[in-house]
Design a protein around this ligand. Sequence first.
Ligand SMILES: NC(=O)c1ccc[n+]([C@@H]2O[C@H](COP(=O)([O-])OP(=O)(O)OC[C@H]3O[C@@H](n4cnc5c(N)ncnc54)[C@H](OP(=O)(O)O)[C@@H]3O)[C@@H](O)[C@H]2O)c1
Length: 329
Amino acid sequence: MKYRALVASESPEGSIVRKIEELEIGDLPANDTLVKVLYSSLNYKDALSASGNRGITRKYPHTPGIDAAGIIVESPDFRAGEEVVVMGYDLGMNTPGGFGQYVRVPSSWVMRKPEGLTLKECMIYGTAGYTAGLSVMKLVENGVNPDSGEILVTGSTGGVGMLALGMLAGAGYEVVAMTGKPESFELLKTIGASAVISRDALDDPGKPLSRGRWAGVVDTAGGEILANALKSAKYGATVTCCGMVAGTDFCSSIFPFILRGVALLGIDAAQSPMDVRKAVWRRLSGEWKPRNLESLHSTCGLEELEGKIMSMLAGRSAGRVVVSLPHQS
Ligand SMILES: NC(=O)c1ccc[n+]([C@@H]2O[C@H](COP(=O)([O-])OP(=O)(O)OC[C@H]3O[C@@H](n4cnc5c(N)ncnc54)[C@H](OP(=O)(O)O)[C@@H]3O)[C@@H](O)[C@H]2O)c1
């Protein structure tokens, strides 16, 4: 039986081209659980995989999509027809992913759809929202609470950033959103930012420490932005680090750590264990669900993904993109 998928392939000249193709379900990897995908979502990692980043995807042709939400067709551990979510592990990296109407994965990668969320809402969150949830959980576990002071969210018009902002603001935190998009200042306030600052506002070259301002930081950017956030974290602050849009290296002195007791905590969504996933998703469907979750996304089909991928790679995208994969019957 055939299905449709967005396939990234290497041209004879070595460049990556993306096309919608008809593929055979029988050619999916020989894993035990077949899922009919109804929704996926676009994450930064997908944009990298779709454009030939070998650190993420070694072999092409390849169907990206690190997120998939749909219905079980066959599985040793789930009933046919159960609504499920598959996220991370190797999905969409070297295992054909959610930009196809079917995925076949090990059942250990599959999670029942959390109660209180629709399949589409799960993909409005997707890996980006789950990562935002993991970051918020780290802050909470490290004792950062709404009375601790201001929380900085960097890359705040991005998927991770916007959802972290929505979750934290909804939970009563005072959140300062950092963005490189002046046109988004008002939007970020609507989502719950108490203040919005420009990306270059943290620059304080040469000084090992700036005025301590942040009780917590959800950093999605890395590079110089993370270095600056560390410098301006206040005494006892927790800084989470998940992203690399501004660079994979950063330079910091030891002073934020030894003079202010700042904690820098890494976030990994892809390999996080199932019990942690379930704990975070329970909160995403309850106390951390932003009241305006629906408004934080746009929906597109496979046909429109090309433009969305290019926009994300150029740093121009805002909010989450849900990919809808309708089936004929
Ligand atoms: N560790 C993990 O498990 C994990 C999981 C998910 C995502 N991530 C990473 O988290 C990051 C964000 O992911 P996402 O899905 O939210 O991506 P996204 O939707 O593309 O958002 C990234 C945002 O970063 C800002 N940005 C873009 N280019 C930048 C640059 N050159 N310098 C500084 N800021 C820049 C932009 O926001 P503003 O214009 O508002 O500043 C952009 O909207 C990515 O690096 C992704 O790989 C990691």
